[in-house]
Structure formats: structure tokens, C-alpha cells
Design a binder for this molecule. Structure first.
Ligand code: ADP
Length: 549
């Protein structure tokens, strides 16, 4: 690929791009490029230009210009893919296309419960739109920023919390700009097909998957299934008494989901991630070390009244269903830990109590008394009251601010850890949802974190009844270069060792493009062959997910 900044034709290309999207939507200023050259990971690439098209036709024109001048064109919906490369390409000098101006909610079909949206539509926007128009639907959200794109996250196979948490699974009927500039509707149906957004498999080969975690097209419109607002909702939290109970709890939850008693995703968070959501890194307790010793973790768990593992899930249905399922869940999980049930009424009590607690905190003795009375801490209440709405599909930026764990400060508004140079990368691997596999995976990874002197922060997210995503957060202090090097080394070693042990990756950072498909050369070859056929000039995001390197 040619790098635009070094190309003879730079002025000609920029003129052409301006002719398509307008002068103000072609950004080459140092500031504009810098905003698209940063992430919480240590990956760093600078684009030549950032282009903001407003229509599918403009996207197609931009792609054609890319093909004509053999430039790499990298599409992003919003570019909030923090920790995985945000809105950066695999190589310097790319044309970054940000689809945030394409933010129309084209349709909400209330009878069939789906929306048709453009890629710039954010989680927050869709949620607000449904509420403002009194539409009785929930759009599933991640616990990342409300500014994240619904389509961008779904294409990366992101997950949320409700029964509609499998975001790619709930995408139905795509409109895609291909590398040659053609616009194609997936699903194989006729123009105006009545079932384009209701029947995923369409007619003929199912090709939607080719546009997910891939680089074969730019999705410019999609149908998203919406969850009808249930009559009743409860959130359960099970705080494990002992970490040795984790495998048993995992097996119990799997059975509850396989039996259809639990219908939604369950998140299982370890103490380190809970702490990252509550507080800044306790540097005073870890002098000179990169990680918290076991005694420190135990002391912080006591102080903030948190468990080694906390399990959170939603119960959705009619009032009778919720009552029944709540009783079954309580009975099944109570051998492992303390169960708390939250509903709207209890959460408004927690909200009131939290605000009062904050006001009274300076008064000596009050915090201790409230802590004893509630069996909680103020910090824990803050986390719980911010997690609860996400289980109802309402995004917020509180939880994702855990990315600032090792930073000097964390903003409470306008959270943007890439802008603020927070240090976070992910190791995201899939494991069968069995206590045995989860224990083996933890036993495999824990010593590696320890050896690299970094904390093992982990969530197990039950992406379906049979599979958990082990999402490990690697937190590091970006002001300590040596710690950054350890974080990188840890990332590589974890990837290597988990793949060798048979655990595949769930999602990869752009930085891992070279290695991500190495373990399966036949699959890599097939993906490359398709890429060559669809995108012979390697225009769209070359090398992404190792395809067309
Ligand atoms: P978010 O802002 O929700 O995190 P992004 O815009 O960062 O989502 O998208 C996540 C990833 O998916 C990006 O890295 C990008 O490569 C890919 N992607 C995003 N939107 C599209 C799209 N409309 N078509 C094709 N790929 C996309």
C-alpha cells in the first residue's frame, strides 16, 4: 500500500476526497490526526487523513479513490474500540474513515421489534430515542461508553447484559459498501424484502459473518433486533464467600442457562476489576511494585466489603416469572455466597443512601456506622447503582472509567481513556463454561501475571450458555516505561500460552494482526483467498485480523 503522506498525488487525492465529502470533512490538521492516533493500548499509528462521509454513496466514492491510488482505507463507526486499537490502522499513513455523521435511526418497527440504523448511531442515542418516543423496547448496551457505535460494537461481536447481549447475533440484514465501491444488501432477498431485518439466514449462502471481525466491506446500514421491555426485572448479585467456590458456581450458572431459567448473560468479576471500578490504584499499599500482594487485596476486600468474585445477572419476564426465577436462582447460588436482589425500588433507595452517605462522609464515625448497617461500602454502592441500568440496556460511562485505574485521576464526565492516556489492554479468550475449564485457564494465566508483576483483573462473561469470555484487563501506568514493557510482554505471553492450551481468542487488537490467525494456517489461507477475490487491491483495512497481510 502507498502511504498518502509520501505519495506524489497527495494534493490530488485530498482534492478528490474534498470533492466527495466537503472540505470541512477531510481532516489533515495535526490535532485532527492526533485524535485518531491514540488508544489505551500501546499501539500507535498516525493516519494521513481522516474523512467523515455522510452517505453510503460518499463512502463508496472514498473507497473508489482508495482503490485508484492504492491507499489503505480503514473504516470506523465511532472509533471507541478502546484497548483494541481505537481508530488506528495497522500501518501509518492510512485513510481513516469515520462514519459518525451517518447517524440516522432510519426506522423502528414496533410490531416486529427491530430498528434500522446507520453506523454512527450510538448506544446512548438509540436508548434515548426509544425512551423519548415512548417505545417500549430496550436496546442492549455494553458497559463501555454511551458514545460507542451500536453497529461498530456488533461487528466486533461485542456483548452486553440483557437477553439480547450477543450483539452480532442480533444484527439482521446489512447494507455494505464493497471494496470496489458496490453497495450490496445481504440476505439475498429482493429489493424491499419483507424479511430482510427479521430473518438472519436469508437465501443462499449466509455471508453476513464475512463482514464481522474482518475487512471485506464497510457496513453502512443494519437492522438491530430490540428487546421488548419486560413487565418485570430484577438484578441478582452473588458474592462468593471463597474463591474456591468459583468452579461450582460456574457449573450451576451454566445449568440455569441451559435449562432456560436464566435467559441473559451473566458477568463474573474478580476483586481486582471491582476495585478498578471503585477507586484509583492503591499506590500507597504497593510501594515500588507493579501489583497488589495477596494481603493487600484481602485488606481492600475487607475495607470495601467486596468478594473475591461477584456474579451479576438479570432476571427478565412477567412478574410471576421473575418471582419464580428469583427463588430458583437464590436456592441454586446461595451455597456459594451472599445473594442480593436489586429492583427499581431498591436501587432508588441505594441512590438516596449513596447521596446521603457522600454528604455525611466527613462526619467522624458516620461512614463506619453506615458500612456496618448496610454491609456495604459507599464505593461498592456507587458501582452497583451504575451497573444496574446497564442490565436494562441503559449505557453509562461510570463503569468503563475503570480504564483509569492506574492513572493519576479519573474524570466522572466525558470519559475518554484513550485521550487521557490511561493504560489498559485486553486479553480476551473464550473458554467452555465449565468450572474445570475456568479453573484451568486461571491456573494457566495467574502465574504469568505474577511473573510480570501486574495484577490479574478478570471478568468471565457468559456469551452463551456453553461459552464464557474470559476478559482479562491488563492495567498499567503509562508514566512508567518499564511497566509498559512488562504489560506488552505479558500480553504476548498470555496470547501464546492460551492458544497453545487450546483457548481461542474472542477479539483481537489491531496490534495482534500478525499473529491472530497463525495457529490455523488453513483458515488463514481461506480468509486470504476470499480477501484477494473481493478486494484485490487490498483497499479496506488490509491486515485487519490477519487477513490480507
Ligand atoms: P465503537 O466506537 O463502538 O467501539 P468502532 O467504530 O471502534 O466501534 O468499531 C469497532 C471496530 O469495528 C473497528 O475497529 C472497525 O475496524 C470495525 N468497524 C466499525 N464500524 C464498521 C463498519 N461500519 N464497517 C466495517 N467495519 C467497521
Amino acid at each position: 500500500m502507498v502511504e498518502l503522506v509520501r505519495s506524489q498525488s497527495i494534493n490530488l487525492v485530498l482534492d478528490k476526497l474534498r470533492g466527495v465529502v466537503g472540505v470541512e470533512n477531510v481532516v489533515t490538521s495535526a490535532e485532527g490526526l492526533a485524535a485518531r492516533s491514540r488508544d489505551t493500548s500501546l499501539w500507535h499509528r498516525t493516519p494521513s487523513v481522516v474523512v467523515y462521509p455522510a452517505t453510503a454513496q460518499e463512502v463508496a466514492e472514498v473507497v473508489r479513490i482508495g482503490a485508484e491510488f492504492r491507499l489503505a482505507v480503514w473504516p470506523f463507526s465511532k472509533g471507541r474500540n478502546w484497548g483494541y486499537g481505537a481508530s488506528m490502522a495497522f500501518e501509518d499513513g492510512a485513510v481513516i474513515v469515520v462514519l459518525e455523521r451517518m447517524n440516522r435511526i432510519v426506522e423502528v418497527n414496533q410490531e416486529l421489534a427491530y430498528a434500522v440504523i446507520e453506523p454512527g448511531v450510538t448506544q446512548g442515542q438509540l436508548n434515548t430515542y426509544l425512551k423519548a418516543n415512548r417505545m417500549k423496547f430496550w436496546a442492549d448496551s455494553t458497559d463501555s461508553t454511551p458514545e460507542g457505535s451500536v453497529i461498530g460494537n456488533a461487528l466486533e461481536r461485542g456483548v452486553g447484559y440483557t437477553p439480547y447481549s450477543d450483539h452480532f447475533g442480533n444484527l439482521c440484514g446489512l447494507e455494505v459498501v464493497l471494496p470496489n465501491g458496490d453497495l450490496v444488501r445481504t440476505g439475498g432477498g429482493p429489493e424491499g424484502s419483507h424479511t430482510w431485518h427479521t430473518y438472519k439466514w436469508g437465501t443462499g449462502p449466509y455471508i453476513d459473518g464475512l463482514f464481522s471481525q474482518s475487512n471485506l466491506g464497510i457496513v453502512v446500514k443494519a437492522g438491530v433486533w430490540l428487546m421488548p421491555e419486560p413487565e418485570a426485572f430484577n438484578c441478582f448479585i452473588c458474592e462468593l464467600r471463597d474463591e474456591r467456590d468459583l468452579p461450582g458456581a460456574i457449573d450451576t450458572i451454566r445449568r440455569l442457562r441451559l435449562d432456560g431459567i436464566l435467559r441473559a448473560n451473566v458477568h463474573i468479576v474478580n476483586d481486582v476489576l471491582f476495585m478498578a471500578q471503585m477507586m484509583q490504584y492503591p499506590y500507597d499499599l504497593t510501594t515500588g511494585e507493579g501489583r497488589m500482594r495477596n494481603e493487600v487485596r484481602a485488606e481492600l476486600r475487607r475495607r470495601f466489603k467486596i468478594a473475591p468474585w461477584s456474579i451479576t445477572g438479570g432476571i427478565y419476564g412477567t412478574a410471576e416469572q421473575v418471582t419464580l426465577v428469583r427463588a430458583v436462582v437464590k436456592k441454586a447460588l446461595s451455597p456459594y455466597g451472599r445473594i442480593t436482589i436489586l429492583n427499581d425500588r431498591r436501587v432508588s433507595l441505594v441512590n438516596g443512601l449513596t447521596e446521603t452517605w457522600k454528604l455525611l462522609r466527613p462526619v467522624p464515625g458516620v461512614s463506619g456506622a453506615l458500612s456496618r448497617l448496610t454491609g456495604s461500602s459507599l464505593e461498592k454502592f456507587e458501582v452497583l447503582r451504575h451497573v444496574y441500568p446497564i442490565l436494562k440496556g441503559e449505557p453509562g460511562e461510570f463503569i468503563v472509567s475503570f480504564a483509569y485505574f492506574k492513572s493519576r485521576y479519573r474524570p466522572r464526565r466525558d470519559v475518554d481513556p484513550a485521550r487521557d492516556a490511561a493504560g489498559l489492554s485486553w486479553m480476551a479468550v473464550l473458554t467452555p463454561m465449565t468450572g474445570r475449564h475456568v479453573s484451568e485457564l486461571l491456573a494457566l494465566c495467574e502465574p504469568i501475571f505474577r511473573r510480570h508483576e501486574l495484577d490479574m483483573s478478570t471478568t468471565f462473561i457468559m456469551v452463551n450458555p456453553r461459552t464464557a469470555l474470559a476478559l482479562m484487563q491488563i492495567f498499567y501506568n503509562r508514566e512508567i516505561p518499564e511497566e509498559c514493557q512488562r504489560a506488552l510482554a505479558l500480553h504476548h505471553e498470555l496470547m501464546d500460552i492460551t492458544v497453545k492450551a487450546g483457548y481461542q481468542q474472542y477479539r483481537a487488537s489491531v496490534a495482534d494482526s500478525r499473529s491472530i490467525l497463525n495457529a490455523n494456517p488453513q483458515f488463514q489461507n481461506l480468509a486470504d483467498t476470499i480477501k484477494r477475490a473481493v478486494d484485490p487491491d487490498r483497499v479496506i483495512a488490509p491486515a485487519r485480523y490477519g487477513i490480507g497481510l
